[in-house]
Design a protein around this ligand. Structure first.
Ligand code: UD1
Length: 433
């Protein structure tokens, strides 16, 4: 098993290009099930979760081909969803990636039946799928859970509804939005999540012929159509990957231009870090928007509090990385995790590196600045792993981040991109399992 070995203490300087958004690519891939025509998706990040979703689609009868783009960090997929007898997303694939549940809505909408493994537990806390299932039932689906599988079917077509999600959920919004595109009648979805990835999915669906109003807002109105068609679509840049590099510069200091990045998707993080002492400059370059992040090595950071909430508030997927930054800021920072109940597993590993912090239920209380000193740490989930890499860039001496298969699920070429801005980081084989 690979691990990352980092020699900390080097300021970061240069440019990093952000890949396409994993969390936009996954629902877009699932949406290709809605048509038998070819859909071509580009700017997909070359990460394990994308390959897993393509395998899920292949197991459902999709013909798929993947090409690596010139950058080496992005993929283009050509997909033709022909379907098969079983229409079953098996446990072996679903257990490695919860987002596989996103195939349920489109399968039901197109073929009127589906068998999808229940995703099960997750390192960052309970992640039920009740909101997805309740909404599909309201659209006429019969749902049974047997032997760990969701078995769903509908007589005829899914029916439109006026539905208010009980809780804001990214995945449930995506699943039901996609299903509603082929439903009978006009569906109104209220209290939808408004993460930028949902806007990207909606734009793909419109290119495929869907009728959707309210894109970008919390109320989506979808008029079902008889069939959808193929198209080409490039997914948006990954705001969480960009935010991770922003946090790396904030923590380790330096001056980095982040290319192909959309600053408007990062406002909550930028606002906090600006008030903490980090400088930002926005520009437009040949590859779209750019964000320059600068923190002089002599510039002290001030602590800031953060609470994770749905977009446009501070994202839970940047909480761990922000915590590492706060270990370097003067004062007390209270970080409140408002989305998932068990998302502080990086905290204990940060303590091993020398951070001064305490967990109190949903809050982490970080006192800084703390000098960090390198040691071996264990990655526990995708974003926790990124937080530990950032800590390794700050720490004196050598930090080894073990179990980086978590990182490989969501970051394309992380160590290569960081090497490009001067970080001393390398991947070696043979870490502990
Ligand atoms: C997505 C993102 C993930 C991010 C999360 C929150 C993808 C592939 N993953 O996950 O990176 O951390 O949004 O921004 O896009 N909930 C229920 N019942 C449900 C569904 C969700 O109670 O049926 C709860 C969850 O337990 C959680 C909250 O709602 O507390 C938000 O979860 P949700 O927005 O659904 O997250 P995901 O779509 O799984």
């Amino acid at each position: 098993m690979d691990r990352l070995v980092i020699q900390g203490g080097t300021p970061l300087k240069g440019r990093i290009r952000v890949s396409g958004a994993k969390n936009a690519a996954l629902p877009c891939l699932a949406a290709t099930l809605l048509t038998d025509s070819e859909v071509r998706l580009s700017n997909l990040p070359a990460v394990a979760d994308i390959r897993t979703m393509v395998k899920v689609l292949q197991s459902l009868g999709t013909e798929a081909s993947l090409e690596t783009e010139a950058s080496g960090f992005e993929l283009t997929a050509s997909l033709k969803a022909l379907g098969n007898e079983e229409l079953k997303a098996p446990y072996d694939l679903v257990k490695t990636m919860r987002a596989s549940i996103l195939v349920l809505g489109p399968l039901l909408a197109r073929w009127g039946r589906a068998i999808v493994s229940l995703p099960g537990g997750c390192a960052i806390g309970a992640r039920p799928v009740n909101l997805h299932l309740e909404a599909l039932e309201r659209m006429g689906a019969q749902i049974e859970i047997t032997h760990g599988y969701i078995e769903a079917s509908v007589k005829g077509k899914l029916q439109a509804m006026d539905h208010t999600f009980e809780k804001v959920s990214v995945g449930a919004t995506e699943n039901i939005l996609t299903a509603a595109c082929l439903a009978e009648g006009t569906t109104i979805l209220r209290n939808c999540a408004i993460e930028p990835e949902i806007g990207d999915l909606a734009r793909l669906l419109v290119k495929m012929g869907a009728q959707i109003e309210g894109i970008g807002s919390s109320t989506l109105t979808i008029t079902g159509v008889a069939q959808l068609h193929g198209c080409s679509h490039a997914v948006i840049p990954d705001r969480i990957e960009a935010g991770t590099y922003v946090c790396a510069v904030a923590a380790a200091c330096g001056d980095v231009v982040i290319d192909a990045c959309e600053p408007d998707h990062l406002r909550a993080l930028m606002d906090l870090l600006e008030r903490s002492g980090v400088e930002f400059t926005e520009a437009t370059g040949p590859e779209g928007r750019q964000l320059r992040v600068k923190r002089d090595c002599g510039q002290k950071l001030r602590s800031k509090d953060a609470t994770t909430v749905p977009h446009p508030g501070f994202p839970t997927d940047l909480q761990a990385q922000f915590m590492t930054v706060m270990t370097q800021a003067a004062g007390i920072s209270v970080i409140n995790e408002g989305i998932f109940e068990n998302r502080f597993q990086h905290a204990m590993e940060l303590e091993r590196l020398g951070a001064n912090l305490r967990i109190d239920d949903h809050k982490a209380i970080v006192a800084g600045p703390s000098p960090l000193s390198g040691c071996t740490v264990m990655a526990t989930d995708l974003r926790a792993s990124a937080a530990l890499v950032i800590a390794g860039l700050v720490a004196s001496g050598e930090t080894v981040v073990d179990r980086i298969y978590h990182l490989d699920r969501g970051y394309a070429g992380l160590e290569t991109k960081l090497q490009g801005v001067g970080a001393r980081i390398e991947r070696v084989g043979g870490g502990r399992v």
